[in-house]
Write a new protein. Structure first.
Lengths: 201, 201
C-alpha cells in the first residue's frame, strides 16, 4: 500500500517534472522564435527602406541616367510600393525594339493617372551612347524614363532580372511588389501591352 | 487507385516541367538538312572536322549577318573554328532569320558576308525557320555545343563578354570543349547573353 502511494506520488512528480520541462522548453523556444522574428523584421525593414529608393546613376548624359553595373541599377527591379513598373530592354540598333517603342510611349501617357511607370533600359554599345542613343532620345522626344545599362557581363545579371529571360531583346519585365512577368517577345500593337498591364493594375 | 493518381500526377508534373520547345543539356540535338552557302546540303552525318574525320563535337551556332552582337562575334567564331576544327570541333553556323523579314539575311547576303569576312566554317540557312525552334534558340548569336553522340553539352554564349572582345575574362565554349576532352561535364553548362531576337514572320 505504502509502496503504491509512493509510486503514485513519484509518477505524479515525474509528470510534473516532465510537464514543467516541456513548458520551459516551449517558452524558451517561443522566446527564441520571437527574437528570431524580431531580427528578421528588423532586417526586412532596413531592406525595404533601401528598396523604396531609386538608385543613383554612375553618370548622366543630357539627363539620361547611365548605370555602369547591374548592381547599381538592381533596386529598380525590387521597388516595394504599389506602382506597376513596365521595364523594357531595348537598343537603338534593335529594329523590333524601335518598332514597339511608340506603344510604350502611349502606355506611359494613357496610364499617367495610374500608378504605373514605364522604364526604357537601353543596352546600346557603350561607344554609341553619345553618338546614337542620346540623339535618338532627343529626336524622338521620348517621354518615358530612359536609362542606360552598360554592364556587358550579361551572364551575371540576366537571371537576376528574370530566369525566364533568354537574353534576346526586346524583352519586357513588368512587376508590382511580388507579382512579376517577363515577356520575351516584341509587341505588335498597343493592345498587346495593355492586355499584359491590366493583369497588374 | 491513389497510387495511380500519384503516378498520373507525377507524369503531369514532368510533362509540365519539360520546356515546350527546345533541348536541354543531356538531350539529343535535332538533326537538320540545310543548304550551305556553297550550295551543298549538310546534316550531322556529312560534316567533318578539319582533317576530314568524324567530329568529336559540333559547335552549332545560330547567328546572322545583321545583328550587331552577331557581327561582334564573327571574328571569335572564325578563331574558334580555326583553333578547334583541327582538334575535332568544327563550327556549324546556322542563320535562322527569315529573309522576308530581314532582307540583310538572305541567302545571297549570307554568301557575300561569308566571303567578305572569310568564314572558314559552314554557314547554313534555316530555310523555312524549322530548325531553330527545335533547338529552342531565341537569339543570335547562340551556341549549342554538341558532342560526337549529338548530345547537348553546353548552351549559351561564346564567352562572358559577348559585346566587347576586350572585356573577355572567361571563354565558355573553349572551357566546355576542354572539359569534354577531359571527360568532364562543362561547368557552367548554360550561360546567357544579350542578343537579337530571331526574326520570323
Amino acid at each position: 500500500m505504502n509502496f503504491r502511494i509512493s509510486e503514485k506520488i513519484f509518477s505524479n512528480y515525474l509528470s510534473f517534472l516532465i510537464g514543467s520541462f516541456s513548458l520551459l522548453a516551449i517558452l524558451a523556444c517561443k522566446e527564441n522564435k520571437d527574437r528570431g522574428q524580431e531580427d528578421i523584421s528588423a532586417e526586412l525593414s532596413e531592406e525595404s527602406k533601401a528598396n523604396r529608393k531609386w538608385p543613383e546613376p554612375s553618370s548622366t548624359m543630357e539627363g539620361i541616367a547611365i548605370y555602369e553595373n547591374f548592381e547599381d541599377l538592381e533596386p529598380v527591379f525590387h521597388l516595394e510600393n504599389d506602382t506597376t513598373y513596365v521595364i523594357n530592354f531595348w537598343a537603338t540598333w534593335c529594329k523590333p525594339c524601335i518598332k514597339e517603342l511608340p506603344y510604350f510611349e502611349a502606355v506611359d501617357s494613357i496610364y499617367s493617372d495610374k500608378k504605373l511607370k514605364v522604364v526604357l533600359v537601353s543596352l546600346d554599345f557603350p561607344k554609341q551612347i553619345e553618338d546614337k542613343l542620346v540623339p535618338f532620345v532627343r529626336e524622338k522626344k521620348l517621354n518615358s524614363k530612359v536609362l542606360v545599362l552598360l554592364d556587358g557581363k550579361y551572364n551575371n545579371w540576366i537571371d537576376k532580372v528574370s530566369e525566364d529571360w533568354s537574353g534576346a531583346i526586346p524583352a519586357t519585365y513588368i512587376y508590382k511588389g511580388e507579382q512579376t512577368k517577363l515577356i520575351g517577345t516584341s509587341f505588335e500593337n498597343l493592345a498587346q501591352i495593355e492586355k499584359e498591364i491590366k493583369e497588374f493594375l | 487507385m491513389s497510387k495511380l493518381i500519384l503516378v498520373l500526377a507525377g507524369i503531369l508534373f514532368f510533362a509540365m516541367a519539360q520546356p515546350i520547345n527546345g533541348i536541354e543539356i543531356g538531350d539529343k540535338a535535332p538533326d537538320f538538312k540545310l543548304k550551305n552557302i556553297d550550295g551543298r546540303e549538310y546534316k550531322f552525318d556529312n560534316i567533318k572536322d578539319a582533317n576530314g574525320n568524324e567530329p568529336k563535337g559540333y559547335i552549332v551556332v545560330f547567328t546572322c549577318n545583321t545583328c550587331p552582337y552577331a557581327i561582334a562575334n564573327e571574328q571569335r567564331l572564325i578563331d574558334l573554328h580555326n583553333n578547334y576544327a583541327p582538334k575535332g570541333y568544327p563550327v556549324v553556323a546556322i542563320q535562322p532569320n527569315d529573309p522576308a523579314v530581314q532582307p540583310g539575311d538572305s541567302f545571297q547576303a549570307m554568301k557575300e558576308n561569308a566571303q567578305e569576312k572569310g568564314f572558314p566554317f559552314l554557314y547554313l540557312l534555316d530555310e523555312g525557320q524549322e530548325i531553330y525552334p527545335k533547338y529552342g534558340a531565341t537569339r543570335t548569336p547562340e551556341i549549342f555545343l554538341v558532342d560526337a553522340n549529338r548530345i547537348l553539352r553546353y548552351h549559351g554564349a561564346i564567352d562572358d563578354s559577348v559585346r566587347d572582345e576586350d572585356g573577355v575574362e572567361q571563354k565558355f565554349v573553349e572551357d566546355a570543349i576542354e572539359a569534354m576532352e577531359n571527360g568532364k561535364q562543362p561547368e557552367p553548362s548554360t550561360t546567357k547573353a544579350v542578343g537579337c531576337s530571331i526574326k520570323t514572320a
